[in-house]
Design a protein around this ligand. Structure first.
Ligand SMILES: C[S@@+](CC[C@H](N)C(=O)[O-])C[C@H]1O[C@@H](n2cnc3c(N)ncnc32)[C@H](O)[C@@H]1O
Length: 260
């Protein structure tokens, strides 16, 4: 283990201890399953060469659960628990909720919301067919009733109106000129960057999400802290702002609103 940590640290991996534990736990699980595995040494070599650990392992952990993902997909990030926790907190009393996940990627956020609410039906939208294949696998693996639709959420009419009790979104919200770390450079570009300093897709999710809600439903959208004023000022139609939460680094936030 110490050797793995040292190799990862020397390569500038931000959390070498955490990733070393993930690699050894993954290898133990693979060998217990009797599945042919690439060796730990190979995993570490590829990580040191700059691949994302989630892409090498073909899975990542999010809020204590494993989600399949692969190259050309965005692995769910720890800060997005803000979205899941906000949705669960504000929709706890909804029975059999209909949950819509805009820009759903591999589906981890929507699946986690349904599991946290004890059921419901999930509909996810994304432009990436590859991500949606993983989303279907993940919903099946976690026993969540779900369908996933390949769509640009900006296309008029793609997301039906007044269909959802809960809408969540973690859209791309970095501007094309924003500095990002080495790992973020390995994410698909269309998953991370948007024009207009990343603001327009956040705004789009707020508008489309608000329209998709039934009265009394809740919308939770992740965004960058520099958009705080932009998002807080979004007074779309009948929406009431109920909470704003921040990640530990304070760089990322989630805004929760109710539809009146
Ligand atoms: C930051 S990733 C988040 C994925 C997922 N929500 C998560 O947190 O793990 C943003 C996702 O938005 C998708 N996306 C980008 N533009 C989109 C658009 N116009 N319509 C639908 N999906 C879009 C990307 O393919 C990517 O999967």
């Amino acid at each position: 283990m110490d050797d793995i940590i040292a190799r990862l640290r020397d390569a500038g991996v931000p959390q070498p201890g955490y990733e070393a534990r993930r690699i050894t736990a993954w290898a133990a699980r693979r060998s217990a399953d009797g599945r042919p595995a690439i060796t730990v040494d190979e995993v570490v070599r590829r990580r040191v060469d700059g691949e994302l650990l989630a892409h090498v392992l073909g899975e990542t952990m999010f809020m204590g659960r494993s989600f399949a993902c692969g190259p050309d997909t965005f692995p769910p990030q720890p800060a997005s628990r803000l979205v899941v926790e906000g949705a669960i907190e504000h929709a706890l009393t909804t029975t059999d909720p209909r949950v819509v996940d805009l820009c759903c990627g591999v589906g981890a956020l929507g699946v986690s919301v349904c599991l946290g609410l004890g059921g419901g039906t999930l509909v996810g939208y994304d432009i990436s067919a590859t991500a949606l294949e993983f989303a279907r696998t993940n919903a099946r693996a976690h026993g969540v009733r779900a369908s996933f639709i390949e769509a640009d959420i900006g296309d008029p009419g793609r997301v039906p109106r007044e269909c959802a009790d809960v809408v969540i979104a973690n859209p791309p919200y970095f501007g094309v000129a924003d500095p990002v770390d080495n790992d973020a450079r390995r994410f698909p570009r269309e998953a991370v960057f948007a024009d207009d300093e990343g603001r327009w897709l956040v705004r789009l999710c707020v508008r489309v999400g608000a329209e998709a809600l039934r009265p009394g439903g809740v919308l939770v959208v992740e965004h960058h802290e520099r958009m705080d004023a932009v998002v807080a000022a979004v007074d779309v139609g009948d929406m009431t702002l109920v909470a704003q939460t921040r990640s530990a680094s304070a760089r990322f936030m989630a805004v929760s609103c109710f539809r009146r």
